[in-house]
Design a protein around this ligand. Structure first.
Ligand SMILES: NC(=O)c1ccc[n+]([C@@H]2O[C@H](COP(=O)([O-])OP(=O)(O)OC[C@H]3O[C@@H](n4cnc5c(N)ncnc54)[C@H](OP(=O)(O)O)[C@@H]3O)[C@@H](O)[C@H]2O)c1
Length: 311
């Protein structure tokens, strides 16, 4: 089998290698999943840079999102699982031909969900759904979203709109503003004045996160879930009290969830994908062996959708 593996920390293009590896065998309670498609999310690339080196043992295979088919079952696992199309959740390692993981960490994919959407069904759709639940907006609430043209930003816009709230989409370029035409949001370029907000969802940090926080009414909540600027949220903008800030990390929710909770949440997420609320745009498809081309495409400023990797 082949895998994309990080043997050292560094820029993903330099640090990652496409390399052969022995086909793994499923142990007690495990399944062997043959991967069909995966994608590139910011959460796959950040550990490669060494940002979390204290909790990232080398070597490792990135890839948290993806879909595959159960090829083999280990001792103690029902052999009837063979041939099932699943999301192999809860660990990285999807940028590979095969992945071994506990059978309990696999979630069945409904037949009407394409491989393309299934490969993108976990990280962004589930996070978006859980964060909107955590905000529990009431109709008419204005809710600001930074990096709103990102994959997850578009899902947040649609989920909030479906909940009756008024999404305020904050973007950093005219191109991003234009790409949101047709989405149910008021679109504002970063730095322009924001209306008073009931709550906010921030994936940028730094000044953009601070501006969003300053626009939230007293007692309102800012869910901070990403650091695209590389800068932490500053304590507050001068003259502004900061909204109550909560950090959201999908992995914290998943670690606390039972397998039944995860299955129930994914079943709702599949429904959101079917309805279009959490469907993802896919811009390009690359064989895993061409992962460097895929990384370069992923970094292009004109990219307007996700990149698929096919082992
Ligand atoms: N906490 C969690 O559990 C969790 C779960 C899912 C996602 N996330 C986070 O959500 C964020 C978006 O993920 P995604 O998969 O949706 O990304 P994506 O589809 O790859 O899009 C990222 C977009 O962010 C925008 N961006 C990049 N740097 C920016 C900056 N400094 N200021 C403003 N916008 C910037 C870019 O848009 P333009 O070039 O068009 O401006 C880029 O297209 C990431 O930070 C990710 O880690 C967190």
């Amino acid at each position: 089998m082949f895998q994309v593996v990080a043997h050292a920390f560094g820029s993903p293009e330099d640090a990652l290698m496409y390399a052969p590896a022995p086909r793994p065998a499923p142990g007690q309670g495990d399944v062997l999943v043959r991967m069909r498609a995966s994608t590139i999310n910011p959460s796959d690339l950040i550990p490669v840079t060494g940002a979390y080196r204290h909790r990232t043992p080398l070597p490792f295979v990135p890839g948290y999102d993806g879909v595959g088919v159960v090829d083999e079952t280990g001792p103690g696992v029902d052999p009837a699982l063979r041939g099932r199309r699943v999301l192999p959740l809860g660990s990285a390692g999807n940028w590979a031909t095969w992945k071994v993981l506990p059978a309990a960490s696999c979630v069945d994919v409904p037949d009407d969900i394409t491989d393309e959407q299934a490969a993108l069904a976990y990280i962004n759709p589930l996070t978006a759904r859980l964060m909107v639940q955590a905000l529990s907006p009431v109709p008419g609430d204005r809710i600001g979203i930074t990096a709103a043209a990102s994959g997850i930003g578009r899902m947040l816009i649609r989920l909030l709109d479906a909940a009756g709230a008024s999404p305020i989409a904050i973007v950093r370029s005219t191109q991003a503003r234009l790409s949101l035409r047709g989405e149910p949001a008021e679109v504002i370029e970063e730095g322009a004045p924001l209306p008073p907000l009931a709550a906010g969802l921030d994936a940028v940090g730094g000044l953009a996160g601070a501006r969003l926080s300053a626009a939230i009414r007293p007692g309102g909540l800012l869910l901070h879930y990403g650091l695209l600027s590389g800068q932490p949220l500053p304590p507050a903008l001068p003259g502004h009290a900061r909204a109550s800030v909560k950090l959201f990390r999908l992995r914290d929710w998943v670690q606390a969830a039972s397998p039944a909770d995860l299955r129930a949440a994914m079943s709702e997420t599949f429904a959101d994908i079917r309805s279009g609320l959490c469907a993802s745009r896919v811009e390009a498809d690359y064989p895993l062996a061409a992962f460097r081309d895929a990384l370069r495409h992923n970094a292009r400023p004109d990219r307007d959708g996700k990149i698929l990797l096919r082992p």
